[in-house]
Design a protein around this ligand. Structure first.
Ligand SMILES: Nc1ncnc2c1ncn2[C@@H]1O[C@H](COP(=O)(O)OP(=O)(O)OP(=O)(O)O)[C@@H](O)[C@H]1O
Ligand SMILES: [Mg+2]
Length: 494
């Protein structure tokens, strides 16, 4: 089989970190080649090097057998290497169409953009992928998942020979992910080689031909998917057996903790009522745009006041903004860590403590040593890979940024914790850790609302499951008795 891309002996150092050490990777034309490894293993760094964004300290890259120096993304694109980044990189104030064809806008002979033509071309690019997004819409109005799909349409609009996808499905639900995977399969039939980073093992086994595993910047091995098992890949990634990903459920639950009555979400007509019990993990499933995140934001006071009532232990709450919600004992991990969560320029320590700081100031000072110890405790517990708690968060790998955000909300001792896609982009070992920590909170009486697009996670973690459809709660299940199929059915057509 012909190799389209071939990297040997790649080493890359950052101050304080050797991100890659003598790593190799080869990509065949027409294959989907998964790259897996724990958070911070070096996957994104390797992909950036192959896309001409980062430059290695040593090593060689060959494209179709010829050694190449990739010194800019443009150069890589000219060869036919396109990348969809882990972190979204669209320009929010521009339209979808302008984002798909940056620097390639069709112009008339006066140099003016031919918008009619641009929108048509963008529509065609979106249709090819079955993406229901208006090319005229502003990117700032799109959900994370929609932005992710637009990024993919953009990469595909360069007729590339190598397509690099860095966790393309982390913001997608299973059904959208399946659509994408189907499309990628068709693309391989045209001879395109695809490098595919994902933490979702099911997905890799469903779609990939081969997998390369990295651990702590070292090359572990490359295997043919047909010849190995998921457990084998996990062992390659974490170097040990992991056991069960989900903690045992608790048999008891307390009284009603939170009651939501007749809550109407922005731009929706339906009214939603539900209860959350002490010590319960309530899962919320649904398709993209079904209103799951809107529900969470409404409760936490992020979105402008929506109609309805919210009661905490029988007392009506008046939540106008997140600060008030935190004071009532609510915590909320948002779905988009960059927009609604992390302070990228600040240290890991300050990011972990960000939610407690307003509280702390009520009582006076907390000793710096105590603060540091708390941050270090979570860095250890969640295995956040960072040289120290003083490191700026933006220098962490994507999954480790997410872990810092999870640590923030675990550390405030909330009465109610709402988590929206808590393990997005998190490796399998840390995922297990977060699952057990959430269950431990529930054991202490905390009510947990968990929104997740991963059905195995919803089924594995929840005591009870609500399914949302078009802005309203369409079904409720006891998770012991429900199947994935039933949830999918009520999410799509009830
Ligand atoms: N610009 C940078 N400055 C300093 N360190 C960096 C920088 N970029 C990456 N690193 C470090 O290099 C290592 C590898 O990071 P990388 O982003 O490649 O991991 P990853 O395998 O993609 O992880 P994830 O699954 O979390 O996305 C990490 O320890 C990270 O902190
Ligand atoms: Mg990464």
């Amino acid at each position: 089989m012909t190799l389209v891309l071939d990297a040997v002996g790649i080493t890359k150092e950052f101050p304080g970190t050797r991100a890659l050490n003598n790593v190799h990777l080869d990509l065949r034309a027409g294959e989907i080649h998964a790259v897996m490894g724990e958070n911070g293993a070096g996957k994104s760094t390797l992909m950036k090097i192959l896309a001409g964004i980062d430059y290695p300290n040593s090593g060689e890259i060959r494209f179709q057998g010829q050694p190449v120096q990739l010194t800019s993304p443009r150069e890589a694109l000219m060869l036919g290497i396109a990348i969809v980044h882990q972190e979204l990189s669209l320009v929010p104030p521009l339209t979808v169409a302008e984002n798909i064809f940056p620097g390639r806008l069709p112009v008339n002979r006066f140099g003016l953009v031919r918008y009619g033509m641009l929108f048509e071309q963008a529509q065609a690019a979106l249709d090819k992928l079955n993406i229901a997004v208006d090319p005229r819409a502003l990117v700032s109005q799109l959900s994370v998942a929609q932005q992710q799909l637009v990024e993919i349409a953009k990469a595909l609009s360069y007729n590339c020979k190598v397509l690099i996808l860095d966790e393309p499905t982390s913001a997608l639900t299973d059904s959208e992910a399946n659509l994408l995977l189907g499309f990628l399969k068709r693309l391989t039939q045209e001879g395109v080689g695809i490098l595919y980073i994902s933490h979702k093992i099911n997905e890799v086994f469903a779609a990939a031909d081969r997998v390369t595993v990295l651990r702590d910047g070292e090359y572990v091995g490359t295997e043919s998917i047909a010849e190995i098992t998921p457990d084998h890949v996990i062992r390659m990634m974490v170097g040990r057996e992991l056991g069960d990903l989900y903690p045992p459920r608790s048999e008891k639950r307390g009284g009603v903790l939170l009651e939501v009555r007749n809550l109407r979400l922005p731009n929706q007509t339906a009214r939603n009522s539900f209860q959350l019990y002490e010590g319960e993990i309530l899962g919320i499933a649904g398709l993209l745009g079904s209103g799951r995140s809107e529900l969470a934001r409404a409760i936490f006071g992020v979105d402008p006041k929506t109609e309805g009532e919210i009661l905490l232990q029988g007392r009506t709450l008046h939540i106008q903004n997140p600060q008030q919600a935190i004071r009532y004992g609510l915590g909320y991990l948002p779905e988009d860590r960059k927009i609604a969560g992390l302070f990228l320029e600040m240290s890991v320590k300050l990011n972990i403590e960000a939610a407690t700081i307003p509280e702390v100031s009520h009582y006076g000072l907390v000793s710096a040593a105590k603060e540091r110890a708390l941050a270090e405790q979570y860095v250890g517990m969640l295995n956040i890979s960072t040289p120290s708690v003083e490191q700026e968060v933006r220098r962490l790998s994507g999954g480790n940024q997410q872990k810092a955000l999870v640590a923030r909300w675990l550390s405030i001792n909330p009465k109610i914790l709402i988590v929206d896609e808590p393990t997005r982009g998190i490796d399998v070992g840390a995922k297990k850790e977060i699952h057990f920590l959430l269950r431990e909170l529930a054991h202490k009486g905390v009510g947990v609302i968990m929104i997740s697009s991963e059905l195995p996670e919803i089924l594995g973690m929840s005591d009870r499951i609500l399914v949302m459809h078009e802005g309203s709660i369409a079904a409720e299940y006891a998770s012991k008795t429900v199947t994935e199929e039933e949830i999918i059915r009520s999410a799509s057509n009830s």
